[in-house]
Every structure is written in C-alpha cells, then in structure tokens.
Design a protein around this ligand. Structure first.
Ligand SMILES: [Zn+2]
Ligand SMILES: [Zn+2]
Length: 437
C-alpha cells in the first residue's frame, strides 16, 4: 500500500517499505548521531532527537505504522478535536506529553527534556483500557473528569478584592534562594525556587487571599466529557480533548489525552486491519467438509462458511475471510481480512470402543513402517503422557504471567515503552570504570 505521507520515514532516512529491522537500525544510527549530549553546540539537537524518537515510536509499532501509512498524521491522531492545522512539532510534543512527559527508551537530557509545552497548561494523560469489540464497533464514553480551573471569584489573581501581593520576605522578591548540596566531598551551590512564594517573588497576606481558592488561583472543577472511540482505532492511539486539561491563570488550558490500551481478546488477535482467530472442527468436518456458523464475530454476528466439496482440511490449515477483518479507521465501510486457522479435534477413546476397528483400519491410510534404513542401535522408551502447559509453567513462569495480560490497565506509564538492553549504549550511564590501584 503506498504511503500517503512519508515524513516520519524521511526523519529516519528509510523508505516507506523498510522492514521493522531496517527501521530499528536506522533509529539506532540516527539517535547516536543526533544525541544532544554529542551536539551541545546545536540548539536544535534536542528537537531533532525528539522527532527521531516520535517517528520511531510510531513506525516500530505495526498498528500505528499502519494507521500512519493509511491516514498520515491525521490518521494517527484520531478525531481531531481542533487538530486540523497542527504543525508536526506540536504533534511530536503530544507524543511526549502522552508518554508521561519523559523521554522514552531511558534517555535523560539532564533538564533539556520537553517536560511541558510552552505557553500552555499541563496536559493530563489518561491510559484507557479498550477491548477489541470496542475498537471494532466504536463506542462513546461519558466520563466525569476533574481538572484545575481558574478561580471564577478572583479571576485567577488569588487575591481578595483589589488586594495586591507584597514582595516575598524570604527571598526578598527574587523568587529563588540558594541551596547547598554535597556530592561526596564536593559542595555545590544552586538556585532553587523560593518556598515562601513558590518562585513568584511576591505573596499575598493571609487576609488578602481570595476566599474561594484560598489564594491558590485555581480550584478543582468536575466536568463531564465525551470520548469517542471510533471504529478501527489502534492500540496506543491518542484521543485528544483539546483544552479540557488543567488551567493556569494567563495561559491556555492543557489537553486531556486518552491513550487507548488494548486488552487481549480471548479469541481474536489483531494486526493492523486484519484479524486472526482459531476454529476447532471435528474429524468428520476435516474429512467431509462443513457448512455452518464457524464464528461469532466481534459485533455478535454469526459468520457461516461452507467448505468446497472434496477438500480435506488439515491441522493448522488457514483460510481467509475477505472483508471480515477490522474496520479501517476513518473508513469504517472498508474492512481488513479475517484469517482462520483450523484445529482438528480428534475423536476420543470412548468413540473408538464403539466402532469396528478392523473395518476402520482397512478404510483409512495405513500406519507408518519403521524408519529406513533402520538405525543400528535401537532402544525402547516408555509411553507416558505429559502436560505441556505444566511444563511451560515450570520452565517459563515469567512469560506465562506476561501473556496473561496482567500488565494491562494498571496505569503504569512505562510499560509500553520499548525496553531494549542495547539502549544502554546511548544512555550515558557508561561502563563502570576500572582503576588500577
Ligand atoms: Zn480565587
Ligand atoms: Zn519568596
């Protein structure tokens, strides 16, 4: 599928049909090149580096990459609550706000990181668990949110009537004081925001403070918001309610950003706009075919399939139901495909007792002979049944927990940030130094 926009690919310097591996490699290479620590004379290094991270975050995730390929930046950002003409740097800022305001991949800028967008209140990022059914059918959520709103009584001045703040006595109006910190034997002095006035340099006397907000300038306000999960949205997609976030006097309100987080479905798996599921059929169906409702789809609809006459279905055979996949975001009438793999249920021991085994044996393909040429040494082993699930549990308990999906919906911002032990090499932590004595 030709990409409508290639900007993210251009940032990484790869072609739109690059493999996952090529994207990863390109990112590593560029991240090294543009790391702000190595480009201290380039004021735009931080920005470039962020763009790289954001481009990689999108293109390394198959779902997000698909969304981007299909709909460009707009496709990634969902129902554009005022997002229309937003420039790319704003979008990148969104990415980072939404990952908790910190750099992904364990990078630390030593204070240069984009902790807050300039000239705008702080964004509120809310991870929201969604089911595959909700992404298939779409859903409108009505939520009660609480935010900091500019106090209506004092209009954000924090003062009672026309009272004016006085210079802070603690910092003498400077807004900062000095603090000494020790690193081993080394003492360093640094400026810290004044605790008496929160760095403002001036403060209101107790009696001059607004009664409603107690001089805080903002108050907690509850409001009801509608969040529309559109058909075909992706895992990790952000839904932005522009201006619905916290307010601060004198700056526009921040946004509320919902980050969708898909909980695993018990029978369907999704890859982009395609779906995958498994269907169990009987031995008779495998041999003589079927014409029945094979699955209940995500919208509750039964899907009937008839196998072609004379076709034997083998274990793990796969068929594709065209147009039965996920709706494409923004084009819900277009759907991907649904892949069905078959598991064949063999009849049980009880069944075998009820049939004429000799006749059956003469009808079905013959048993295998010994291996030719016969190995010189042959030993005998006993037949004992085992439980592979129990074996997995014993040897890989960690991966078992992981696949159970226990990590979803716990509000931990970091658990979708890709972890990769090789990232240490850009992290600046370095190897412990060996000093000869
Ligand atoms: Zn007030
Ligand atoms: Zn002060």
């Amino acid at each position: 599928m030709p990409a409508v926009e290639t900007e993210l690919y251009d940032i990484l310097g790869v072609s739109p049909d690059a493999t996952e591996n090529e994207i990863k490699k390109a990112y590593r290479q560029k991240a090294k090149e543009h790391h702000p620590d190595k480009n201290i004379n380039d004021p735009e290094a931080g920005q470039k580096f962020q763009e790289l991270g954001a481009a990689y975050e999108t293109l390394s995730d198959p779902d997000m990459r698909h969304m981007y390929d299909v709909g460009g930046m707009e496709g990634l950002n969902g129902p554009g609550a005022g997002m229309g003409g937003m420039d790319p740097s704003e979008l990148f800022a969104q990415f980072f706000q939404a990952s908790g305001g910190s750099m992904p991949f364990g990078f630390d800028f030593g204070g240069a990181g984009p902790s807050r967008r300039r000239g705008k209140g702080e964004d509120t990022v809310i991870p929201h668990p969604v089911t595959l059914d909700e992404l298939y059918n779409g859903k409108t959520l009505k939520l009660n949110l609480e935010k900091e709103a500019v106090c209506g009584t004092c209009k954000g001045s924090g003062a009672r009537g026309n009272a004016k703040p006085k210079p802070c006595g603690l910092c003498e109006g400077k807004g900062w004081t000095t603090a000494q910190t020790s690193h081993g034997t080394h003492l360093s002095t640094s400026r810290v925001a004044c605790s008496g006035c929160d760095g403002a340099g001036e403060r209101l006397k107790e009696k001059d403070r607004c009664k409603k907000c107690k001089g805080e300038k903002t108050i907690k306000e509850k409001n009801r918001q509608e969040v529309v999960i559109e058909k075909g949205m992706a895992d990790k997609q952000r839904i932005i309610l522009a201006g619905a976030g916290d307010e601060e006097p004198g700056t526009p309100a921040g946004d509320v950003v919902f980050v969708l987080r898909l909980t695993p479905h018990e029978s369907f798996e999704r890859s982009g706009s395609d779906l995958l599921t498994n269907v169990t059929i009987t031995l008779s169906e495998a041999l003589f075919g079927f014409s029945r409702i094979l699955i209940t789809h995500l919208d509750g609809r039964g899907v009937q399939v008839t196998s072609p006459p004379g076709k034997i279905i083998k274990h793990a055979d796969t068929i594709v139901l065209r147009g039965e996949g996920m709706p494409v975001h923004k084009q819900p009438d277009t759907k991907g495909d649904l892949y069905l793999t078959f598991t064949i249920e063999m009849p049980d021991d009880e069944w075998l007792k009820t049939v004429d085994r000799k006749t059956l044996l003469s009808l079905i393909p013959p048993k295998k002979m010994d291996i030719e040429p016969r190995p010189e040494v042959v030993s005998t082993a006993a037949f004992e049944e085992a439980d592979i699930e129990e074996v997995r549990e014993r040897y890989f308990p960690a991966s078992h927990d992981f696949f159970d999906g226990a990590q979803f919906g716990e509000g931990d911002e970091d658990d979708w940030v890709e972890e990769d032990d090789e990232d240490d090499e850009y992290g600046g932590a370095g190897e412990p130094e060996c000093r000869p004595q």
